[in-house]
Design a protein. Structure first.
Ligand code: GLN
Length: 509
């Protein structure tokens, strides 16, 4: 088998081949590094690839497997399967930038807890993936180090902010990847690249070592090409972490078993599916997106689910509340980039050199436009005269949205909507920030409520992938995986394979 063919396998298939002794982690990791060398010039999913480190990780995984074969000590299922990590997540000894000039060249002295979990489970880290600077954006056009392209059409956005992770998985450069979701940054890039992305219940995956954007919303999670692969990675990165004060003690795990069981049974008879009335099409939605969503609903009914419409009236205000709360928290989190402690330090060209002038010069040079816009907005809404009017009101709206969800769960076990109102747009098409923000209308409610969500591909609209979103109550992540597994099986039967089989071949260098 050629190295390139290995990269086409799902993570679960790669894991099975490793367990059967048919391939080594070194071969597998090498195959992905070759794929990256061949296509990443065009895709630019990665900001940093450390081949030597990845191969050393792979050798370690291979040697662990040999000793586990001898001792009978169990090895995690994904041991030896390579992974890509969003560059918002700190990695000991490997440059971490948040795609910002202000952290250019910064080498963290420690691992994020989720990275430590990856290492403990022996997943070789291929490299760090591109994002919108500090995860602020929905297109990966706002990276300080160049944009990432969508593997389906290199002239279009891969979504964001975890666009690098989505593109890496969608172009077979990595079988699975880690992203973060503050307002949709895992689910929306998954949707527009035809991949699967999960935002677990807030607190499931530790935020320790995940560079903070908006702490009450930030949620790291898994991305892959199948629901099972996302579940396998979920089970590796989810853990209780005393270093994160909002970490759940009993974080939902065991998701891979849920997927396997659901896929085998393909039965949703006891599941009540609520279609979110406020997110079921209308102004700003592509017709093809809505059509694909409704065809998927029919498949759910065929699997026995009871589908009805449920209204969450305050979702109308979700975007406004998010774009006050998120910048407020971000402006406070980003105060630490002061030119003294991390990364970039710029001294003013003229005038006195004081802490304040160095700070101003550093932040002026180090932050991009989108980040500055949000810091200014966040500082304004937190300022004494405006706090109650803006930040205070937004928090009240957040509570109303949380209550909407609480009452919706009385009528439905899961809620569904299109993941994004549109498919991948062309670079530059949404230069106006408000136009970009509006795409988040479908994903933001889950972050405000802290509930888990999955996006999986439901089909194509004008040749571009469409995402189907499922939300569940806090800690009921297994419902996402269950519905996702059944829907995926039904859809793939219709397509005669994976949706990504229909993506145009990337030109190989
Ligand atoms: N697109 C949203 C924003 O720009 C979401 C970002 C995120 O989830 N990190 O804020």
């Amino acid at each position: 088998m050629t190295a390139d063919a290995l990269t086409r396998f799902t993570a679960a298939e790669q894991a099975a081949a490793l367990a059967a002794g048919e391939i080594s982690s070194r071969e597998l990791t090498q195959a992905h590094l070759e794929r990256i060398a061949a296509v990443d010039g065009a895709v630019h999913a990665f900001l940093d690839v450390d081949a030597a480190k990845a191969l050393a990780d792979a050798d370690e995984a291979d040697s662990r497997r040999r000793s586990s074969d001898e001792s009978g000590e169990p090895l995690g299922e994904l041991a030896g399967v390579p992974v890509a990590v969003k560059d918002l997540i700190v990695t000991h000894g490997q440059v971490t930038t948040a795609a910002s000039r202000i952290l250019e060249g910064w080498v963290p002295p420690y691992d994020a807890t989720l990275v430590a979990n990856l290492r403990a489970a022996h997943l070789p880290i291929l490299g760090k993936t591109n994002l919108d600077e500090f995860a602020m954006g929905g297109s990966t056009e706002h990276s300080a180090f160049g944009r990432t392209a969508n593997p389906w059409d290199l002239g279009r956005i891969p979504g964001g902010s975890s666009g690098g992770s989505a593109a890496a998985v969608g172009s077979f450069e990595a079988p699975v990847a880690v992203g973060t979701d503050t307002g949709g940054s895992i689910r929306q890039p998954a949707a527009v690249t035809g991949t699967v992305g999960v935002k677990p219940t807030y607190g499931t995956v530790s935020r320790f070592g995940v560079i903070a954007m908006a702490s009450s919303l930030d949620t790291p999670g898994p991305m892959g090409r199948t629901v099972l692969d996302a579940a396998l990675l979920h089970d590796v990165i989810a853990s209780h972490d005393p270093l994160d004060s909002t970490s759940l003690v009993d974080a939902p795990r065991g998701m891979a078993d849920v997927v396997r069981e659901a896929r085998a049974g393909r039965d949703l008879t006891d599941l009540r599916v609520g279609v979110i009335a406020e997110l079921d099409g209308g102004e700003g939605y592509h017709a093809g997106v809505v059509d694909s969503f409704h065809s998927a609903l029919e498949l759910l009914e065929q699997a026995g689910a009871r589908v009805e419409t449920v209204s969450l009236p305050h979702l109308e205000y979700a975007l406004d509340a998010y774009y006050l709360i998120m910048p407020a928290e971000a402006s406070s989190n980003l105060a630490r980039y002061d030119g003294m402690r991390y990364g970039l330090r710029v001294e003013p060209e003229t005038g006195p050199i004081t802490a304040e002038t160095v700070m101003a010069a550093t932040r002026g040079a180090g932050f991009g436009d989108e980040v500055k816009r949000r810091i200014i907005l966040g500082t304004h809404v937190l300022s004494a005269g405006y706090y109650d009017a803006y930040y205070g009101s937004a928090q009240k709206v957040r509570t109303l949205i949380q209550r909407d969800f609480t009452s919706a769960w009385r009528r439905a076990d899961v809620l569904v909507s299109p993941t994004a109102p549109v498919t991948a747009y062309r670079f530059g098409e949404k230069d106006d920030p408000l136009a970009m923000y509006k795409v988040d209308v479908t994903t933001i409610p889950a972050n405000l409520a802290g509930v888990p969500g999955i996006s999986l591909p439901s089909g194509l609209s004008d040749g571009l992938p469409v995402g189907f979103q499922v939300l569940a109550p806090q800690r009921a992540d297994e419902r996402l995986y269950r519905l996702g597994a059944v829907l995926e099986a039904a859809l793939e039967e219709g397509w005669g394979g994976h949706l990504l089989d229909r993506a145009p071949e990337l030109e190989v260098k």
